[in-house]
Design a protein around this ligand. Structure first.
Ligand SMILES: [Zn+2]
Length: 334
């Protein structure tokens, strides 16, 4: 499939709450119909093949933590940084060089106090992150646009610009105020990852060892949040949620749900990852899962089969794949 064909396919579908699904469905179809490489292909040949395929595709990274770096005084999204010097992983020049057409920049924060003060603090921090994204993108109209619907991605691609969407990771900044869902929608959020590593007022997380199954999945407030997200056109993101929360979202949401950054539990036995049944359920509801390229969530794939698992919580899958629980010291993990 040529890039032009891909664009026309997504263009026909138009703007829906299922932002991005059509893009990835088209990519999957492209992969499925491609001629498989010869078994004798060398690494160089495989890389060349992958690079050629990548160049034809419209690519979307659904979870980028660039805004945390953008908070640094003087950071300029339009300048090329050196990750070895400053740990900066994303800027517009490198997105262009790497063939990344679009990305969801994350309004992310680790779970904090579930109190009035904590919720006020998280709300202020969320607005600060929205501000820095808006300012960073609007400072470079020649290179990027702030995107809020699928057509924005197409318009950006036609101008060889980057399309920067916004996703919110962790519904903590909602506190218990349903009206804030629309507030964040107005600020550009087009998905909300319902939690991070610990439970919040919306739902149970997959990795909260102190309060496992606190709500039994979505809380009553969380159910309201999902309905409100459906009404507005904000995607429900189940990355980080518990299995029960995943099931509740699947049952409740009228639009496809997504996992913006989750890997495969069969390959890496971590509760943060998705089971095969969950991946099939996502497929069947029209959703997608994007992988997290973080060692702890994919390590057994890249380790020699005979090597011991480098992380105790990431052993190869076994019969009790759903019972593993990681240590709680994971606040900084993606
Ligand atoms: Zn994350």
């Amino acid at each position: 499939m040529k890039r032009r064909d891909f664009l026309s396919l997504t263009g026909k579908v138009g703007a829906t709450a299922a932002l991005g699904f059509t893009s990835w469905r088209a990519l999957a179809q492209t992969a499925a119909t491609a001629t498989p490489p010869a078994a004798s292909a060398t690494s160089a040949e495989l890389l060349a093949r992958a690079a050629a395929w990548h160049a034809q595709c419209l690519t979307l990274d659904t979870h980028v933590d660039a805004p945390l770096v953008m908070l640094r005084p003087g950071f300029d999204l339009g300048r090329r940084y050196d990750p070895a010097a400053d740990l900066s992983q994303v800027d517009l020049p490198r997105m262009r060089e790497g063939g990344a057409d679009a990305a969801f920049f994350a309004v992310y924060m680790a779970q904090g106090a579930r109190t009035s003060a904590g919720h006020a603090e998280s709300k202020a921090k969320a607005h600060q992150l929205f501000d820095v994204i808006h300012k960073g993108v609007s400072s470079h109209p020649e290179a990027a646009i702030l995107a809020t619907e699928p057509d924005d991605l197409l318009r950006a691609a036609q101008k060889e610009n980057r399309a920067i969407f916004i996703g919110m990771e962790n519904a903590w900044p909602l506190g218990t105020d349903l009206s804030l869902v629309e507030t964040y929608y107005q600020r550009g959020a087009r998905y909300i990852t319902l939690c991070h590593m610990l439970n919040n007022e919306v739902c149970d997380a997959s990795t909260d060892t102190e309060k496992p199954n606190e709500h039994g999945g979505l809380s009553p407030f969380g159910e309201q949040v999902v309905r409100e997200m459906n009404r507005l056109g904000i995607m429900v993101d189940v990355s980080h949620t518990s299995d029960a929360t995943f099931d509740d979202c699947l049952r409740l949401s009228r639009a496809p749900i997504i996992a913006s950054h989750s890997s495969c539990r069969t390959l890496c036995n971590h509760p943060r990852n998705l089971t095969d049944d969950q991946l099939r359920a996502l497929r069947d509801c029209g959703g997608v899962a994007h992988m997290t390229m973080f060692n702890a969530y994919v390590a057994p794939v890249i380790e020699a089969p005979s090597a011991p698992p480098p992380w105790p919580n990431c052993a190869p899958a076994s019969a009790d794949a759903n019972s593993a629980r990681p240590n709680k010291s994971n606040a900084a993990r993606p």
